[in-house]
Design a protein around this ligand. Structure first.
Ligand SMILES: C[S@@+](CC[C@H](N)C(=O)[O-])C[C@H]1O[C@@H](n2cnc3c(N)ncnc32)[C@H](O)[C@@H]1O
Length: 228
């Protein structure tokens, strides 16, 4: 089985503020790469103390958490998990949600490629993937998150009726991902190469990276899918 290459938090010899905050200041809101393995199939009950019908949404690669905190704040009856592999953005994400008064949000340090380690079949509702690392060099493209096997696994982890939302500034990644989405089991709802001149602009939350690209007049590619 493939394993994520993540240094264990407890083994980091000289923790920075952000490393220490994960199991310190933000212990109630952030979950490390070892603890999260204990909750597979039980996130609603064990982590959120929610009933088994509660909506459980996931954002992969939250960055500083602009969308994550906004979404959690505006959906107080949903349980919302954000996955980040880097400590600083993870803590920034969860701090933003806590400062917004959210009690329904948790940040998890894990590697997005391996989320089947931590979520069971049909455990998740909606999933957001906004501006994943584009790995622009050709020989590095294999590191992109959107791979056929990943989509198969993610599809199995979502409930029927749940959405998968994808945004990227990178045209090559968009084209590759769109072809993979179309070949996957997801039902395509819509896609556009110019989100901000489409009907999907209404209600769209501009993320930190999205703002950077918009300021450079780069068009945002958008895909919305559903598990039937
Ligand atoms: C380009 S940023 C986008 C951040 C945010 N979604 C936004 O739109 O502003 C990508 C983020 O994904 C995180 N990331 C990249 N690969 C990841 C992985 N395999 N697992 C978890 N997080 C990852 C990076 O640390 C970074 O914070």
């Amino acid at each position: 089985m493939k394993r994520p290459r993540l240094l264990l938090t407890r083994k980091i010899p000289t923790p920075t503020y952000y490393v220490a905050a994960l199991n310190g200041e933000f212990n109630d809101w952030a979950i490390d790469e070892e603890e999260c393995l204990l909750y597979k199939g039980q996130w609603r009950k064990k982590v959120f103390k929610a009933n088994k019908k509660a909506t459980l949404d996931l954002e992969l690669g939250t960055g500083t958490g602009t969308h994550f905190a906004h979404y959690a704040q505006n959906n107080p009856d949903h349980c919302v998990i954000g996955i980040e592999r880097k400590y600083k953005p993870l803590i920034q994400t969860i701090r933003r949600a806590v400062n917004a008064g959210c009690t329904n949000a948790r940040g998890v340090r894990y590697h997005a490629d391996f989320i089947s380690d931590i979520f069971a079949k049909e455990e998740l509702d909606n999933v957001f993937i906004h501006f994943p690392d584009p790995w622009v060099k050709k020989r590095k493209a294999k590191n992109r998150l959107i791979q056929p096997e990943f989509l198969e696994e993610l599809y199995e982890m979502q409930k029927s009726g749940a959405f998968l939302e994808f945004k990227t500034d990178d045209k090559n990644y968009y084209k590759e991902a769109l072809a993979r989405f179309k070949k996957s089991k997801y039902k395509m709802i819509d896609y556009t190469e110019d989100l901000h001149n489409s009907p999907w602009a209404v209600g769209n939350v501009i993320t930190q990276f999205e703002r950077i690209f918009l300021n450079q007049d780069i068009k945002i590619n958008y895909v919305l899918m559903m598990k039937e």
